[in-house]
Design a protein around this ligand. Structure first.
Ligand code: AMP
Length: 418
């Protein structure tokens, strides 16, 4: 019997897996440089945290959670997103009593029982950043700029930023009611009609053409913002422009999670087909109170690692292989292996990335392995070299070969590769 990865999941295998690591690092780097500290929370939480935090009426909570009962009888859920867990941790550790905002970043696996398709998986990876405990348009703008800088540092040029404001608890209820009035007059199926009563903003997000066609005249949230929300949103837009970040206003941008208020944004890439969001986020001023905490206005984002790799592929950015080794050693015979092994260890300790041929496959196979490794230099050691106390250093890009005394190899290669 053989096994396969479960439906909707896949393995990151080398060399492609190197890109997953590189993307994770690159997306987190700007936040780390901006004072965000690393947080790691459990991969599962009390089910009620997500039910209350993400929202009982969301697709995530009603259809997509991996929920199970532990042997101790507790209902637990594999985390479908990161924000509720980070908020839970901040509340549990009382960080809100200290300096604000609390800036945190994280990275890990998330789980949603989704309809599996290209770019949409049941197990996926995100990098997230949250700034908790401050209501300041500069913080919203900071997070957006950090995400855009992360994408740009990977060489991506096709990431578009969509921006909206969802209003606050002062102005959203009136908008919600106006939207409900409009939606109740449309020709919709029963499930969608139910959604109008529970979560009308989500109807705006319906992708079906027959629904979309009816939404043209829908009231827009941006026409219903209160003075404070309008001013806040203008400030965010101005700061983005000042930082050189282009955005598109999208008054229909809503998000799949209930906790968003005011600023919401999404990062799209047009090379991805239907699953075009490479990241998204926004302000969630009510989440803390929703899960039993004090008022703690916050803003954050989550960027999809898997889809960012796909976006890079669509832009032809995966050609150059990240990682890999710089030097590949080829011992010709057993005595040569005994001598090469400590040399390889020494080179690695000196900071070089080094591999060697294993399995005694003969020169041809070993040289093929050297080529495949992507190394710039091969170190070849045969009986004659041992006698001469030297090793052949072959530049695999030019095929030039020079004999270097064994005692000088480390310094020689360090000089070449630095
Ligand atoms: P969300 O929490 O839904 O806003 O997700 C933030 C980002 O995570 C999205 O923009 C995607 O890039 C990524 N993402 C969310 N769900 C999935 C999924 N099922 N498969 C792959 N990536 C996902």
């Amino acid at each position: 019997m053989t096994f396969q990865a479960p439906k909707g999941t896949f393995d990151w295998m080398p060399p492609r897996s190197e890109w997953a690591l590189a993307v994770r690092d690159a997306l987190a780097a700007p936040a780390r440089r901006a004072g965000y500290g690393y947080v790691e929370t459990p991969a599962f939480e009390d089910t009620a945290l997500f039910a209350r935090g993400v929202g009982e009426s969301t697709d995530i909570v009603t259809k997509e959670m991996y929920t199970f009962t532990s042997r101790g009888g507790q209902s637990l859920t594999l985390r479908p997103e990161g924000t509720a867990s980070v908020m839970r941790a901040v509340l549990e550790h009382g960080l809100y009593g200290g300096p604000l905002p609390i800036k945190l970043w994280y990275s890990g696996s998330y789980f949603r029982y989704e309809r599996a398709q290209a770019g949409r998986y049941r197990h996926f990876s995100q990098v997230g950043a949250e700034a908790l405990g401050a209501e300041d348009p500069a913080l919203d703008a900071e997070l957006i700029v950090l995400a855009m800088d992360g994408y740009a540092s990977l060489g991506l040029s096709g990431v578009r930023l969509l921006l909206n404001s969802l209003g606050c608890k002062e102005c959203r209820p009136a908008y919600r009611a106006a939207l409900q009035d409009f939606l109740r007059g449309l020709d919709l199926d029963e499930a969608t009609r139910n959604r109008i009563e529970i979560n009308p903003l989500r109807v705006l997000d319906d992708k079906r053409p027959e629904v979309r066609a009816q939404l043209d005249g829908a009231p827009l949230v941006t026409d219903h913002l209160c003075g404070a929300c309008k001013a806040y949103h203008e400030e965010v837009r101005g700061l983005l422009t000042a930082a050189g970040v282009a955005y598109e206003d999208d008054p229909r941008l809503v998000r799949g999670l209930d906790y968003y208020t005011r600023t919401t944004f999404e990062f799209l890439h047009d090379g991805l087909g239907a699953q075009s969001a490479v990241g998204g986020g926004g302000r969630y001023d009510g989440l803390s109170e929703q899960i039993g905490g004090p008022a703690l206005p916050s803003v954050g984002w989550a960027l999809g690692v898997d889809r960012t790799v796909l976006a890079m592929e669509a832009e032809g950015l995966l050609a150059e292989r990240p990682g890999g080794v710089e030097v590949f050693a080829v011992p010709l015979g057993e005595e040569a292996r005994r001598r090469v092994f400590p040399l390889v260890s020494e080179l690695r300790r000196a900071g070089l990335a080094v591999d060697m041929a294993f399995g005694g496959r003969g020169v041809k196979g070993a040289m093929k392995a050297a080529d495949r490794s992507g190394a710039r230099y091969a170190l070849i050691l045969g009986d004659r070299d041992i006698e001469a106390g030297a090793v052949q250093v072959k530049d695999l890009t030019t095929a030039d070969q020079t004999a270097v005394p064994l005692a000088e190899v480390v310094a020689f290669l360090k000089g070449k590769l630095s």
